[in-house]
Design a protein around this ligand. Structure first.
Ligand SMILES: [Zn+2]
Length: 164
């Protein structure tokens, strides 16, 4: 099933989730690799990750810097349609979020962002609408990140600029 966003702004904010996720894993390490939730409304979004501690303010500003570096590099958003087994043997768990893709889904749409050196910035089984490249996301500004110790989650809110 295709879940399209009604407008370009939401597609930009949704694509920013992939950009911010890649930045968070780069700064915080593999401990931040599981996405526990996402939210997008207009140019606003929120990425919720499983994480075990409160990040430092320095880490949060580095995540914002890395995310905007990714935007400045204008990396292509590749959308692959792959047979599930093939996708899993290529990307493994890296492409999955905490909540599983239903077992009866046999063809996966996989969103792939590669950095300029060919390394994977973010790979995610995702059937939503994306812009064509990270440059189209526009500048990303992070809000106040919130760590919830009882749930071991880190919420990272953000806004994308009004125009890319
Ligand atoms: Zn997506």
């Amino acid at each position: 099933m295709d879940v399209a966003y009604p407008d370009e702004m939401s597609a930009r904010a949704h694509t920013a989730l992939h950009v911010v996720k890649g930045a968070a894993v780069r700064v915080l390490g593999e401990g931040a690799r599981w996405t526990a939730g996402t939210f997008v409304e207009g140019g606003h979004g929120r990425l919720t990750l499983k994480f075990e501690r409160k990040p430092t303010p320095d880490e949060i500003s580095r995540i914002e810097e890395e995310a905007n570096r990714c935007v400045e590099r204008d990396l292509r958003i590749e959308v692959l349609e792959l047979e599930r087994g093939e996708a899993e043997s290529t990307f493994g768990d890296l492409m999955y979020d905490l909540f599983p893709v239903p077992a009866d889904v046999m063809i996966l749409r996989v969103v792939l962002i590669r950095d300029v050196d060919g390394s994977i910035w973010n790979v995610n089984a995702c059937n939503k609408s994306h812009v064509e490249s990270t440059g189209r996301v526009g500048r990303i500004t992070l809000g106040d990140a919130r760590f919830r110790p009882s749930r071991s989650t880190l919420e990272i809110p953000f806004d994308v600029s009004t125009t890319p």
